[in-house]
Design a protein around this ligand. Sequence first.
Ligand SMILES: *Cc1c(COP(=O)(O)O)cnc(C)c1O
Length: 404
Amino acid sequence: MNKEPVSRELFDEVMVPNYAPGNIIPVRGEGSRVWDQEGREFLDLQGGIAVTSLGHAHPGLLSALQEQSEKVWHLSNVMTNEPALRLAKTLCDHTFAERVFFANSGAEANEAAFKLARRYAWDNFGPEKHEIISFKNAFHGRTLFTVSVGGQQKYLEGFEPAPGGIHHADFNDLDSVKALISKKKTCAVVIEPIQGESGVMPADPEFLKGLRKLCDENNALLIFDEVQTGVGRTGHLYAYEMYGVIPDILTSAKGLGGGFPVAAMLTTAKVGASLAVGTHGSTYGGNALACAVAQKVIDTVSQPEILKGVNERSEKLRQGMMAIGERYGVFSEVRGAGLLLGCVLTEQWQGRAKEFLTAGLEEGVMVLMAGANVVRLAPSLIIPETDIEEALQRFEAAVKKLAQ
Ligand SMILES: *Cc1c(COP(=O)(O)O)cnc(C)c1O
């Protein structure tokens, strides 16, 4: 076994250069605290980008993982398995959904959603109804189909030709959707209820209601990409509940496994029927270990006191960040919902979000960016209040240094 010491420098020698990771290597985590190779401690407001929904080394997740690991890890979809069936039943019980497809990542869940939308329209209306409407700045993953549906041209550059039949409307602008949608051609409209990667930008409730109506009038499916907003992140199990708008397809990943790779596409029985035998699949999708862990995540996060706790923590964190923003003139607003918060940089600090991330690391707090103008926070949904207070102190020290 290779036990050679490794360092951050090795990254540049052995990895393709598509990421630019921070200059420490965390080796251990517990709750909302993480320690690096040198034993330095960090407060984690990154949450593995909205993934470690119950923090690190959560006892319930550890025992769920260990228990299942002693039974069966993997069977493939030639066989079904108990954890996958239980998790699918739980997801249906807790949401609008009646049918579930499991995958391993957000991009894969979205890939399944987009393929299903096309297949459903093909089954019911014919091949001409294949167009997908999404939104500028949207993020849906990095496979060629999902990156094409996503609304950031730079992620597609050099990878063309892209799949066709995709249009991009303006977020929160219903008229821009009206101009693109048609009964004849549109099979689906896909949206993140809160755009995550591109700056934590919430949709207006009236806009989502309008989308629902437009989709109904045009026999188009409404797809919510809740890869980032799902699993308690907004203080609701899924953000569609907060908006009171029910989609036809919903995708979930990130927080679903609490750090174990798993994703799900949720839909109705009527729509789901179009993924008939043999139309789609995934070797690992519905993996028994992954589903056992996700079960524990959903069972925990769906408890009303956990969801209520998200909103209480949100208030504390939001107010703390706003106060720092005002003291140093760095943030113009803190937006988002629950524990997905975006601190928007003022005019004077435009384009400098990465500096806050780096300065935070130096003071022992891990924060995220969402584009160059927003500092994003997505901590554990059960981060202790005292950790929030300490994280705010460390972050303030970082901002103070930056501002000097
Ligand atoms: C992260 C993210 C994805 C992609 O998920 P992966 O697991 O990285 O494939 C898709 N949609 C949204 C909204 C996301 O935040």
